[in-house]
Design a protein around this ligand. Structure first.
Ligand code: UGA
Length: 431
C-alpha cells in the first residue's frame, strides 16, 4: 500500500520504517529540513537498536523515502498517518497545535478520498476535532475518514514492539476505512481490535497510566520492604507469577521517566477532570513517583553526610536502557539534584552522553564505565543498562575512596556486593 507518515520522531520514524520493511511504499514527511537531509544520507537523529539498518535497507530498496513536502506526501498516498509531538502545557493539558496544523495542511493538500490516521497520543475526542478541522479547511471538498491508531512501542525496543505487537488498536467512525486498515496491518499477524475512535484514544492513555501505576505500586511496596527487611524483587517475583498480575513493569526503581508516562499521566488526570471525574488515584501515582526519587536522594545524603565537594560517579543518564533519550530522565534529575547539593560528578552513559551535554554541564563525562569510579567518594547506578551488570566491581571498589555504591535499579545481588566489601544501598531490599 502507499502510506505517508507525517512526523519523523520516535513513533513516526519507526512506524514508517517498519511499514516499509513489510512491503508497503512509505513516504516520511518532516518539516525539519536538516532531519530529512540526515535521514536521506543514511544518518539517524535518534539511537534505537536495529533502526538505522532497517532505514538504510528500505531506502535502498525504494520502499522508504523522506521529504519536507506534506503536499507530496498527501498526493502520493491513500493513507496518511499523523505522528507529530503532543507536548504537555504548564497545567498538564496537552498542546494539540501540531496536530491541528498538520490536519489543516492535509486538508489543503487533499484532492481525492484519504484515510487520515492519528498515531500520536492524544486526549479522547481529538479525532472529532481533527475531522471538523479537515472538513473546514479542505477546499476540494473530497471525502475522507479519520481513524485513531494509537502506538504502544517502547523506546529501546521500538522495532521489535512494532513488528510483533501484542495488539493493534484501530478506532473508526464508519466501516469505510476498515478494509484498508486491515490491509495495512495484515503482514504483522497481530490481533486487531476495531473500536470507536473515542475508545481507541482512551485505550492509549488508560494503558500508559496503568503501567505507570504498576511501577508506583511496586515502588510503594519497596518502601514497606525497606522498613520491614523484606526484598522487593522476591515480592515482585511472587506477585508476578500470578498470571492476572504478571511480572512485567514490577521493577522497583528511582521512579519512571521519559517522554510518555509523566506527560500521559498529567494529560489523563486533566482530561478526566474536564469530563467531571477526579482521578485521585493517578495523582497518587505521580506523588509516589516523585517521593521515590526524594527518598533515594535522602539515602545518598544520609550516607555521605555532607555531599558538598564530594565526588560522585553516576552510571546512566538516559531515562531507561537502550536509548539515548534523556527527556524527563530520572538519572539526569538525580545528577542535577546532587549538583545542587554541591557534589562534583563523573558521569557515563553508553549512548546518552551527547544528548545529556545540552542539559548537564560542569561534570566530567567519562568514556569507559570502568573509569567512572576513579577518585569518587561513591558510585550510583541510575539507569538499567544491561552492560552495567558487567562493571568491573573489583576495580570499582579499589578506585572508590570508600566503597559505597547506591543502586537505583537493583542490578546486583545484595549479599554478593557485601561479600565483595561494598557498602551497598539499593531499592526496597531490606537495608
Ligand atoms: C511507554 C510504554 O511502555 C509504551 O507502551 C508506549 O508506547 C510509550 O510509553 C509511549 O506512550 O510512546 P517508554 O516511555 O518508551 O514506553 O518506556 P518504558 O519501557 O515504558 O519505561 C518508562 C519508564 O519506566 C522508564 O523510566 C523505566 O526505567 C521505568 N520503569 C519501567 C521502571 O521504573 N520499572 C519498570 O518495571 C518498568
Amino acid at each position: 500500500m502507499k502510506l505517508t507518515i507525517i512526523g519523523t520522531g520516535y513513533v513516526g520514524l519507526v512506524t514508517g520504517t517498519c511499514f516499509a520493511e513489510v512491503g508497503h511504499q512509505v513516504i516520511c514527511v518532516d518539516r525539519d529540513e536538516n532531519k530529512v537531509k540526515l535521514l536521506k544520507s543514511g544518518g539517524m537523529p535518534i539511537y534505537e537498536p536495529g533502526l538505522q539498518e532497517l532505514v538504510q535497507k528500505n531506502v535502498a530498496s525504494g520502499n522508504l523515502s523522506f521529504t519536507n513536502s506534506t503536499v507530496e506526501g498527501v498526493e502520493k498516498s491513500d493513507v496518511i498517518f499523523i505522528a507529530v509531538p503532543t507536548p504537555s502545557m504548564n497545567d498538564g493539558s496537552v498542546d494539540l497545535s501540531f496536530i491541528e496544523l498538520v490536519a489543516r495542511e492535509i486538508a489543503a493538500a487533499m484532492t481525492s478520498y484519504k484515510i487520515v490516521v492519528d498515531k500520536s497520543t492524544v486526549p479522547v475526542k481529538t479525532g472529532e476535532k481533527v475531522s471538523e478541522t479537515i472538513k473546514r479547511y479542505c477546499k476540494a471538498k473530497v471525502e475522507f475518514d479519520v481513524v485513531s491508531n494509537p502506538e504502544f512501542l517502547r523506546e529501546g525496543f521500538a522495532v521489535d514492539d512494532f513488528m510483533k505487537p501484542d495488539r493493534v488498536v484501530i478506532g473508526v467512525l464508519t466501516q469505510r476505512p476498515v478494509a484498508a486498515m486491515k490491509e495495512v496491518y495484515e503482514p504483522f499477524n497481530a490481533p486487531i481490535i476495531f473500536t470507536d475512535i473515542n475508545s481507541a484514544e482512551l485505550i492509549k492513555h488508560a494503558a500508559n497510566s496503568f503501567l505507570a501505576l504498576k511501577i508506583s505500586y511496586i515502588n510503594a511496596v519497596s518502601q514497606i520492604c525497606e522498613a520491614s527487611g523484606a526484598n522487593v524483587q522476591e515480592v515482585a517475583n511472587g506477585m508476578g507469577m500470578d498470571l492476572r498480575i504478571g511480572r512485567k513493569f514490577l521493577d522497583a526503581s528511582l521512579g519512571f521517566g521519559g517522554s510518555c508516562f509523566p506527560k500521559d499521566l498529567s494529560a489523563f488526570i486533566h482530561i478526566s477532570e474536564e469530563l467531571g471525574y477526579d482521578f485521585a488515584l493517578l495523582r497518587e501515582v505521580q506523588k509516589i513517583n516523585s517521593e521515590q526519587m526524594n527518598r533515594f536522594v535522602k539515602k545518598i545524603i544520609e550516607t555521605l553526610w555532607v555531599v558538598k565537594d564530594k565526588t560522585i560517579g553516576v552510571l546512566g543518564l538516559a531515562f531507561k536502557q537502550n536509548t539515548d533519550d534523556v527527556r524527563m530522565s530520572p538519572a539526569l534529575d538525580l545528577c542535577l539534584r546532587l549538583q545542587k547539593e554541591g557534589a562534583r560528578l563523573r558521569v557515563h552513559d553508553p549512548k546518552a552522553m551527547e544528548k545529556a551535554k545540552a542539559v548537564l554541564k560542569d561534570v566530567i563525562y567519562v568514556d569507559d564505565m570502568n573509569d567512572v569510579a576513579d577518585g569518587c567518594d561513591a558510585l550510583i547506578i541510575a539507569t538499567e543498562w544491561p552492560e552495567f551488570k558487567k562493571l568491573d566491581l573489583e576495580r570499582a571498589r579499589k578506585a572508590l575512596t570508600h566503597p559505597i555504591l547506591f543502586d537505583g535499579r537493583n542490578l546486583f545481588d545484595v549479599e554478593e556486593m557485601e561479600k565483595l566489601g561494598f557498602i551497598y544501598k539499593s531499592i526496597g531490599r531490606g537495608r
